[in-house]
Design a protein around this ligand. Structure first.
Ligand SMILES: Nc1nc2c(ncn2[C@@H]2O[C@H](COP(=O)(O)OP(=O)(O)OP(=O)(O)O)[C@@H](O)[C@H]2O)c(=O)[nH]1
Length: 489
């Protein structure tokens, strides 16, 4: 069946008659086309030629559909077609509508499609008898022609999709990296926490206001305070006023040095100080402290570790005392006694409070040694010191100045009082013989007393006291002599 709706309506309209077009699709006919035939022999012997013919025909169709005006001109001018230009253009337009080359490529077909066409013919009893479609040759061509706008939209969609996928992938990778990072950090943190928790030293962090922002649990072992009791509290709560002042001064020096550009953005310091524990106990600590500066002279954060050095400090004090002590008698040795004398004379000059010095020398000590032996002599020295210590105040200082010579430094004491004390000491030493290993040994000493005068040097004070003590020896021993400044010659 062939019903042409492409140009007949134009012809009818031109004759002045009304037209009603019955569209094939309304009757279930959804195909339109021309069929190319060849012989089986040609197809078998020269398939390339057949294919070339099919392709050339389709190319012609394509060209004609895309250039209708040019083809109409060709038909009119070259082939002398006996139709008007309008007529041919009308036909071209309707053919294009039927073929819809923008949706389906020219010549597109396949066996299923042929079968459907054959079935349509068959249902309309338009086929002569049994038929088979083996001889139909599927064309080699682009089956579907995708319109440019669709290509553009598809490409754009594909690009957006790809971009989206890339973004999702990147987000996924980012999340994975973040998760890994968080896990690593948590591991590190818990490891560090384990270390700080099990450490004896206290690890801490302070902010720029010297408030604790972190402190390890070992703080309880050191101070008796729990972590919560120390957190967000200023360090000054833990130290006494004296230490507070010293620390503040050191920190001020450190910030000034930093401000002057002599240190970088961080610097390390070692502090030793005493802290106040929860139940009033005092503990000596050593703190290794790292200062971080946000700008010159501006502290941002302070990290530190603090350890208990009370035992070490005690040993240090003991060693220091030992170094300052006379090993035989336990009183200050000559060097430390003179340092103390120097200190007290300076204080006397500053405050004007009187300062006196007694120098005493045991009488005929050589004879004691000779008679009772050197170790008994040593014990005599020790017992004399004890007798002296019984009589003096805590603020007074005894020192061993030589073999059997001692000095007694008396702050806040004028000459009269010092003389009086020297008399008392003399009496106390000589009152009873000393009992050593069942032997009774009478001991006496000669005393020289002086009061320190303004502008007087340490050696001058000592020299005067020594001269006074020898004056006592010269006066028969076991007596006290004092020397006035005017007597210095
Ligand atoms: N046992 C003992 N004797 C000491 C020590 N240091 C010094 N001596 C002795 O003390 C004696 C002092 O003798 P001298 O300087 O002659 O004085 P003195 O015998 O006390 O006589 P006067 O001072 O004049 O009364 C010497 O024999 C020293 O060896 C000591 O640490 N132990």
């Amino acid at each position: 069946m062939a019903v042409r709706i492409t140009d007949e309506p134009f012809v009818i309209q031109q004759s002045g008659n009304p037209v009603r077009v019955l569209h094939p699709i309304d009757s279930g006919i959804d195909f339109y086309g021309d069929t190319l035939f060849t012989s089986r022999a040609l197809y078998v012997q020269q398939p390339q030629m057949v294919q070339a013919f099919v392709e050339a025909s389709l190319q012609g169709w394509r060209y004609a559909l895309e250039h209708p005006e040019e083809i109409v001109d060709l038909l009119l001018n070259t082939y002398g077609v006996n139709r008007s230009r309008e007529h041919l253009l009308y036909e071209a337009q309707h053919i294009r509508t039927l073929i819809s080359p923008d949706l389906i490529g020219i010549g597109h077909s396949n066996p299923v499609r042929w079968q459907m066409i054959a079935d349509t013919y068959d249902s309309l009893n338009l086929l002569p008898g049994p038929f088979h479609l083996d001889a139909f040759v599927p064309p080699k061509m682009d089956t579907v022609r995708i319109p440019d706008w669709l290509k553009f939209v598809s490409t754009l969609t594909l690009l957006v999709l790809c971009l989206f996928m890339v973004m999702i992938y990147r987000q996924h990778r980012l999340n994975q990296n973040l998760k890994t990072e968080i896990r690593v950090r948590k591991d590190t943190e818990s490891r560090l926490r384990l270390i700080t928790d099990s450490m004896h030293d206290v690890i801490w962090v302070m902010d720029e206001n010297f408030k604790m922002t972190y402190v390890s649990p070992s703080v309880e072992r050191l101070t008796g305070f729990e972590v919560d009791e120390v957190l967000n509290k200023p360090i000054s709560d833990l130290i006494n006023a004296d230490t507070r002042r010293q620390l503040a001064q050191r920190i001020q020096e450190i910030t000034q040095i930093n401000e002057a550009g002599r240190t970088g953005s961080e610097c390390d310091e070692l502090f030793e100080f005493e802290i106040q524990c929860k139940l009033g106990r005092q503990v000596w600590v050593e703190s290794t402290i790292k200062f971080f500066f946000s700008a010159p002279g501006i502290i941002a954060t302070i990290y530190g570790s603090t350890r208990d050095i009370t035992d070490r400090h005690r040993q240090y004090i003991e060693l220091k005392n030992l170094a300052s002590m006379d090993f035989l008698t336990g009183v200050k040795n000559r060097r430390i006694f003179f340092e103390k004398l120097q200190y007290e004379t300076a204080r006397f000059r500053r405050h004007g409070t009187p300062l006196s010095l007694i120098v005493l020398d045991i009488d005929h000590f050589k004879k004691i040694n000779d008679r009772y032996g050197h170790s008994i002599g040593d014990e005599v020295l020790r017992q004399v010191v004890k007798l002296l210590e019984d009589e003096i105040r805590e603020m007074d200082t005894i020192g061993r100045l030589g073999g059997e010579e001692f000095g007694i430094l008396l702050p806040d004491t004028a000459l009269e009082e010092a003389h009086y004390l020297a008399e008392r000491l003399r009496e106390h030493v000589s009152e009873y013989p000393l009992e050593i290993s069942g032997v009774y040994i009478p001991v006496t000493a000669s005393f020289g007393v002086v009061q320190c005068e303004p502008l007087e040097t340490v050696s001058s004070i000592y020299k005067r006291a020594d001269v006074a003590a020898y004056a006592a020896k010269a006066a028969g021993r076991n007596c006290v002599r004092r020397q006035m400044p005017a007597m210095i010659s």
